[in-house]
Design a protein around this ligand. Structure first.
Ligand SMILES: Cc1cc2nc3c(=O)[nH]c(=O)nc-3n(C[C@H](O)[C@H](O)[C@H](O)COP(=O)(O)OP(=O)(O)OC[C@H]3O[C@@H](n4cnc5c(N)ncnc54)[C@H](O)[C@@H]3O)c2cc1C
Length: 405
């Protein structure tokens, strides 16, 4: 049973720009999937090709997928610590990937400056990455040194700056928090795309010189189609079945606490746990799936007693003063994992040559607008960005982090 997130419940009313599909209407580009990836690509295409008529179709409402169900952290970097990224990907690639996320932060700040009405509850609070063990503290120290050598502005703190039982921290003053549903609504509105909500696309095929996206709601035609389906990609086309792995993430949100205890968004225990105090002083705790790897697979958005219990115990261990605070909302969402922890971009092989930009390995807000810009360039030029080109999986067996199964 699908759950409703705090963001979905608090985004307010919104009527997206829509239009009636007509057999004679051929969009310049149709994007399937209206999450952070789809909205970022739509916004980037509108910037680069202002004359293009864009459409976005989603089987749910905008923000129904992972983007509406996440923690709202705008973090630089990937799921693993930078020292691990360097060891697995090589220094140059690790640096390039981190630079994409830094550029994405800059683009989001630029976007909000250009659209001041779309505040999106953006909160430039910085982040803390906390080590739970002495080994992780050592990895954080190495990561901070490597990041600084590579020109990224972070600070290593050899103790727990929160005094909550952790071992060390990295502070990144440029990270932020955001209301993710408000952010993608604002991006879609700025893109001018026609948005088709509750519009499940069941297949894509060539139709003369254009492409046709089939749906029981009506067919949509476009010169180009980009799939931004995240963890559901494997069910849409078998091409993704061995490339995109749906993994459940869970979150709880409390009632507002009397005082502000936390400023930063906080990533702990190798990112397996994360927490923040929202602008209205509620606490959000998420993660907790490491001990439940076998059950947290798939696209079921139902929170479980086991993981929610783990999150409550985590809260009580590190924030005992919150133990009696009511929990007002629990939810789950689906992350799209990949073998090497990086998004997949490219073109579907076969009869319906749709482009795709799929799966951000739990960091889609972080990859954000810069990854959207790269995917938009791919649609325009026909060249996938080498860093995220899905064909890399043909040539490498590198596996980063854990994969379900
Ligand atoms: C609990 C949780 C916490 C997270 N926390 C963070 C965080 O703090 N920071 C961060 O950077 N990332 C976080 N993530 C990851 C982040 O949410 C994702 O990486 C990001 O939202 C992916 O964006 P997307 O557009 O690819 O996917 P989605 O937002 O999932 O969008 C894909 C869309 O495709 C639609 N769709 C699928 N199939 C079809 C179809 N056949 N026809 C039409 N539409 C279709 C879906 O309805 C969905 O709306 C978290 C994820 C979870 C689950």
């Amino acid at each position: 049973m699908a759950s409703t997130s705090f963001w979905q419940a608090t985004a307010g009313d919104w009527r997206p720009p829509a239009e009636r599909p007509s057999p004679n209407r051929v969009f310049d580009c149709l994007i399937v999937g209206s999450g952070m990836v789809g909205a970022s690509v739509a916004y980037a295409l509108a910037q680069e090709k202002p004359a293009w008529k864009l459409a976005v179709a989603d089987r749910r409402q905008v923000g129904g997928g992972a983007t509406g169900r996440n923690a709202g952290f705008l973090l630089a970097g990937t799921a693993e610590h930078y020292a691990v990224s360097v060891a697995e990907r090589g220094r140059a690639t690790a640096r390039e990937v981190f630079a994409v996320t830094v550029a994405s932060h800059r683009r989001i700040r630029d976007f909000l400056a250009r659209h001041p009405a779309a505040s999106c509850d953006y909160w430039p609070c910085g982040s803390l990455t906390l080590a739970g063990t002495p080994d992780e503290a050592e990895t954080l120290a190495q990561s901070a040194a490597l990041l600084r050598e590579d020109g990224f502005d972070v600070t290593f703190i050899p103790h727990d700056p929160l005094g909550r039982g952790f071992r060390a921290a990295i502070r990144n003053a440029h990270d932020a928090g955001v209301h993710p549903v408000k952010l993608i609504r604002a991006l879609l509105a700025a893109s001018g795309a026609a948005v088709f909500e509750h519009w499940p696309i069941t297949g894509v095929e060539a139709a003369g010189n254009a492409l046709l996206a089939r749906s029981a709601r009506g067919e949509l035609r476009a010169e180009r189609i980009l799939l931004a389906l995240n963890g559901e990609a494997g069910g849409f086309d078998g091409f993704f079945a061995d490339k995109v792995f749906p993994v459940r993430g869970q979150i709880l949100v409390t009632a507002p606490y009397a005082r502000r205890l936390l400023s930063e968004v906080v990533y702990a225990n190798q990112g397996y746990e994360y927490f923040r105090q929202l602008p209205d002083r509620r606490f959000l705790f998420g993660g907790g799936r490491r001990a439940f790897a076998k059950t947290e697979i798939g696209a079921d958005e139902t929170p479980t007693a086991a993981v929610q219990g783990f999150l409550e115990a985590f809260r009580d261990r590190h924030f005992p003063e919150l133990a009696d605070l009511p929990i007002e909302r629990r939810w789950a969402g689906t992350m799209g994992f990949t073998r090497d922890g990086l998004p997949l971009m490219g073109r579907l092989p076969g009869r319906a040559p749709a482009w795709f930009s799929i799966a951000c390995h739990g960091h889609g807000l972080g990859f954000g607008l810069e990854a959207g810009r790269l995917a938009a360039r791919m649609v325009i030029t026909g060249n996938p960005p080498p860093l995220f080109d899905a064909r890399r999986l043909d040539a490498t067996a590198t596996v980063s982090g854990e994969l379900p199964g």
